[in-house]
Ligand binder design. Structure first.
Ligand code: GLC
Length: 437
């Protein structure tokens, strides 16, 4: 009964955020357009009760694909004056690779599309219909995967870089502070919009915004050319979450191609890439002392030695062997598993940079929990997985469908520990998926 009430509320949120043009905004005001990885999570929420909308969500995202396979992070389907920086700042039309004329950003986000497509297949009751949809879309998703290895892997390691913190999905992580400390960005004149929707103390500073804009200006000056970006961007990071998600999508694509038949060459390419990626991932991104996966700064040639929720994402794509997974889960429970905390804080709660209310500097996010839940189950950590799931449901039930939540249980006494955007689409979508397990 309780679950049914939560599910109907979640469905209502998704339906309200769904737009006529066939995509779903993450939430009103703060995020009024289509976001790449949000769409993936949203689609699996819809898949449980309105498959047509789920398919439409994926289709509108894929329609924004560039001729080199790239799929952008925001698609500005409509005008809005509640968001900065909007289409007139990003100017995607500078790139000669743009096909669809709808303005977008010139950066991307974690590639969840492959495994979202597979999840939709499993959820669908009408297998014939979903198979037809997969046949019609899978090659675009495959080209998106290949784009990364062709254009974002300068050392040919099978590990791809992101060139902007907004590509990571974990936009305001304290890990990026190390990069900001290497940069001297101009002071731009701009008017923030995010801080009119959300308490400014939870959001990045204007100084940080100068860095964000500066990187984009560099990319724009070179018409979003990847080779130039690799050469010039001060931000060039191999992110464990981003690479995990890409590998997981490739693994799903392999299974989906096998399911629909044919395509042996694509399957072979994906298998070869995946194997190489996993090898390099384990060689390069694991810190033996921290016993955790970390981010590698390609520009400054060093591992950024911090533990965050991204450190545990590799479980989702079965990147560590069992022994390393055991060690990793040990780190998870030591640092993030205290009984007075909800799992899983987005940044190491024992670290001085931990800020429990600040956007990606500490709070719990439902999408990272969803990845962690599935990852833990893959290694037999079912009880911890269950705790991650129960915690996710409990914080949503207590506080509402917010964007992020305080990890400290004591802050939840008055049910006001949900922060950021409210009626947030992926929180709703993933709740539906978790409760339908
Ligand atoms: C924030 C998050 C990002 C998300 C976007 C829209 O910028 O950091 O991951 O995609 O909001 O929800």
């Amino acid at each position: 009964m309780k679950d049914q009430k939560l599910i109907s509320k979640a469905r209502e949120i998704l339906n309200n955020n769904y737009q006529e043009k066939g995509f779903t905004i993450p939430c009103q005001g703060l995020y009024p357009f289509q976001w790449n990885w949000d769409s993936g999570f949203i689609a699996i929420g819809f898949a449980h009760f309105d498959m047509e909308k789920a398919k439409k969500e994926i289709k509108t995202l894929i329609d924004s694909q560039w001729s080199n396979g790239f799929i952008p992070h925001i698609i500005f389907h409509n005008e809005s004056d509640t968001y900065f920086p909007g289409p007139e700042f990003h100017q995607s039309s500078l790139s000669p690779l743009v096909v669809n004329k709808i303005p977008t950003t010139g950066m991307t986000q974690p590639h969840v599309l492959g495994f979202m497509l597979e999840r939709m297949y499993h959820i669908a009751e009408n297998k014939e219909d979903i198979t037809a949809f997969i046949k019609a879309t899978i090659d675009a998703v495959y080209e998106y995967s290949l784009y990364f290895y062709k254009h974002r892997d300068p050392l040919d390691e099978g590990l791809v870089y992101i060139y902007h913190n907004w590509e990571s999905g974990t936009d305001n992580s304290p890990i990026w502070d190390d990069v900001w400390n290497t940069m001297e960005s101009p002071k731009y004149k701009f008017e923030r919009r995010d801080t009119t929707h959300v308490d400014a103390s939870q959001r990045p500073s204007n100084e940080e915004y100068n860095h964000y804009l500066h990187i984009i200006e560099i990319a724009k000056a070179h018409h979003y050319n990847d080779e130039k970006i690799a050469e010039l961007s001060p931000f060039l990071i191999q992110d464990p979450l981003f690479n995990t998600v890409l590998i997981a999508s490739n693994q799903s694509l392999i299974r989906l191609y096998e399911l629909i038949g044919g395509n042996e060459d694509k399957i072979a390419t994906l298998k070869q890439l995946t194997e190489k990626s996993i090898q390099s991932f384990n060689d390069k991104l694991y810190d033996e002392e921290l016993k955790a996966y970390c981010h590698y700064d390609l520009r400054n040639k060093k591992l950024l030695r911090y533990v965050s929720s991204s450190s545990f994402a590799p479980l989702f794509a079965e990147i560590p062997d069992q022994k390393r997974a055991d060690e990793l889960v040990g780190t998870l429970m030591d640092k993030f598993g205290n009984e007075d905390q909800y799992m899983c804080a987005s940044f190491d709660p024992t670290h001085e940079r931990y800020k429990p209310k600040q956007y990606w500097r500490g709070p719990v996010w439902i999408n990272l929990n969803w990845l962690l839940y599935h990852g833990l189950n893959k290694y037999g950590y079912n009880a911890i997985a269950q705790r991650v799931k129960d915690d996710s449901i409990e914080i949503l039930e207590k506080n509402g469908f917010y964007e992020y939540f305080d990890a400290r249980k004591e802050e939840h006494q008055n049910n006001t520990a949900g922060y950021g955007g409210n009626n947030f689409s992926w929180s709703a979508a993933l709740l539906i998926d978790l409760l339908s397990e």
